[in-house]
Design a protein around this ligand. Sequence first.
Ligand code: HEC
Length: 136
Amino acid sequence: MRLSSRSAAAVVALLACAHARAAAPPTRTPELLEKGRVSFKLNCASCHGERGQGDGVSAKALDPKPRNFAAGRFKYGAKPAQIFATLGKGIPGTAMIAFTQLPEEERWALAYYVSELRGRGKGAGSAKGEAAGPRP
Ligand code: HEC
C-alpha cells in the first residue's frame, strides 16, 4: 500500500505536534516565578538553602553538598531547560533525587526560579542562562 502524500503530511504534522507538546516550556511570567519561589521553599530549601546558596539545614550532612546556585557553577547547565532536565532525572548517587512527582509546570517554575537565583550572591543579576562550564 502506498501512503498518499496527504496522509503522509498528516503523520508528519502529528509527530511535530507531539514533539512540540513535550518540549514547549510555559512562558516565564511573574506568576510562574512566584510559584517557583513558593515551591522552592517547600521542596528545595532544606538542602539548597532559602536563597539557594547551598546552605540548607541538611546540607552539612550531605556529600556531595547541595549546589550553591548563587555561585553560578552548574555542572548540568544553568539554562531553564537544563535545570528542568536535571529535575526530571535527578543526579544518581547524590541526595538530588528526581522531582517527577511535581507537575511539569511546577518543575518549569522551579527551573526559572533557580536560574534567577544564579549570580545573586555576587549582586550580578545574571539570569541569562549560559551553559555550564568554566568561564573565562
Ligand atoms: C535532599 C537534598 C536536596 C533537595 C531536597 C534538593 N536538592 Fe538539588 N541537589 C542536591 C545535591 C546534593 C546536589 C549536588 C549533586 C552533585 O554535586 O552532583 C544538587 C544539585 C542540584 C542541581 C544541579 C545543579 C548543577 O550543578 O547543574 C539542581 C538544578 C538542583 N539541585 C535543583 C534542585 C531543586 C529545584 C530542588 C527542589 C525541587 C532541589 N534541588 C532539591 C540536594 C538536594
